[in-house]
Design a protein around this ligand. Structure first.
Ligand SMILES: [Zn+2]
Length: 418
């Protein structure tokens, strides 16, 4: 059997694996709480604050859509014309066009062009965050953050580029197999490494100080049967007024992180509701599920790219001979950009289902629907959220149920309907 046939079979197996993992580990059958409850919940929120959240999102909207469109346009202009290949050749010229220079410098240069084009819109967004008082960061702090994220992106990008093109160079017929395994491995590795190596680049994490709050949170985790080594406090206030908490990492790197802004603004029972939601993610292994889906998805993407490589018209457009050629890096990025845009709504849908399950877990664990509803209202107001956004945008981009859906969930739960 030819490498192509094997790649097609592997792709099919990986896609089945994605479907099986999603079917088994994502809760599919959860009807949203009644709309009547949602509207009643919306009525309890101060009207001026809701209007302010909506105005904030209206101000952000043009930039959001423009940056999506511009990102797609740049990816297509570089990837579906010889422009990307030309950039790769130019930056690798001082190194005699060596394949490794093409892979590393050429790849980073093409990515960098996209970043430069996106920069003005990122600055526009930041200016809106500042105008609405959500960001507490001045322009120098923002610039430092951007430089740090470029640096982190360059390191991860360099590993991926050198890894990928080394394999295509030395195994021109079977690179898809090595590449798929490598992509899956890199996804798993990032899941472990990200909280330990990358998150500290942006924030300082300190263990929550001994005291009643910490004792209660640790006791709640114990009651839940979720091993938690620590609850960490992130110094998010240096950047934002937004409140949040999250769980990240797998196994020994798993931790619950609470923003200092949350501890400052929310009463104890609301902090407990937030942490109980995060414990739900830990208990249901949501980070593990996400990593598994990401790893299979990444491996499938490499196989799909290999198969796309026999589409002569596509290669001719990009002015390259083979898709595993470092000069084709812009073409790879263009394909990934289009695929990412198409996969976005599906990812958001899965995420909303998983988040709704963590909400139900929080309600069961705390037995405090009033605290949960108050917390959701506060989260939405402080974060300048739109508690009841446009359904189309929620469908396309919403990673969580809307604030009113989450508040309504608490009401339905309180009536014993959940
Ligand atoms: Zn969550």
């Amino acid at each position: 059997m030819s490498p192509r046939a094997w790649a097609a079979i592997t792709l099919a197996v990986l896609l089945v694996a994605v479907v099986v993992v999603a079917a088994l580990r994502v809760p599919w059958t959860a009807p949203p709480a009644p709309r009547g409850d949602q509207l009643a919940a919306l009525d309890t929120l101060p009207a001026d604050a809701v209007a302010r959240g909506r105005a904030f999102h209206a101000a952000l909207r043009p930039g959001t859509y423009l940056s999506l469109a511009l990102g797609l346009l740049v990816a297509i202009l570089l990837g579906l014309t010889p422009a990307g290949a030309w950039i790769v050749e130019q930056v690798s010229r001082p190194f005699g066009g060596h394949w490794l220079a093409r892979a590393l410098l050429g790849g980073l240069a093409v990515v960098f062009v996209g970043e430069i084009v996106a920069l003005p819109l990122a600055a526009w967004r930041q200016s809106i965050l500042r105008r609405y008082g959500l960001s507490t960061q001045d322009w120098s702090g923002w610039t430092v953050d951007m430089l740090k994220s470029y640096a982190v992106g360059a390191v991860i990008g360099a590993i991926a580029l050198v890894g990928f093109f080394t394999v295509t160079h030395f195994a021109p017929r079977w690179w898809w197999a090595w590449g798929a395994a490598g992509a899956a491995l890199l996804t798993v590795l990032l899941s472990f490494v990200f909280p330990v190596l990358v998150e500290p680049v942006f924030n300082k994490f300190t263990p929550m100080p001994e005291g009643e709050q910490r004792t209660r949170l640790m006791a709640m985790a114990q009651r839940d049967g979720v091993p938690v080594r620590d609850v960490l406090v992130a110094d998010a206030s240096r950047r934002t007024r937004a409140v949040n908490a999250y769980v990240s990492g797998l196994g020994p790197t798993r931790r619950i992180v609470v923003y200092d802004t949350l501890l400052e603004k929310a009463p104890q029972e609301e902090v407990e509701s937030v942490v109980a939601h995060e414990l739900g993610h830990a208990k249901d292994g949501d980070v593990f599920t996400g990593t598994l889906l990401g790893a299979f998805g990444a491996a499938a993407a490499v196989c799909a790219l290999y198969l796309l490589g026999s589409w002569g018209g596509l290669l001719r457009r990009a002015g390259v001979d083979a898709i595993g050629d470092p000069r084709a890096v812009a073409l790879l990025i263009a394909v990934a950009t289009v695929a990412g845009l198409l996969a976005g709504p599906a990812q958001a849908f899965v995420s909303r289902r998983v988040e709704a399950r963590a909400d139900r877990h929080a309600l069961q664990l705390t037995g405090d629907p009033a605290g949960f509803e108050a917390m959701q209202g506060r989260l939405s107001l402080v974060n300048l959220g739109d508690p009841d956004p446009n359904p189309v945008e929620q469908f396309l981009f919403g990673s969580h149920p809307t604030a009113v859906e989450r508040m309504a969930e608490a009401r339905a739960w309180a009536r014993g309907e959940r």
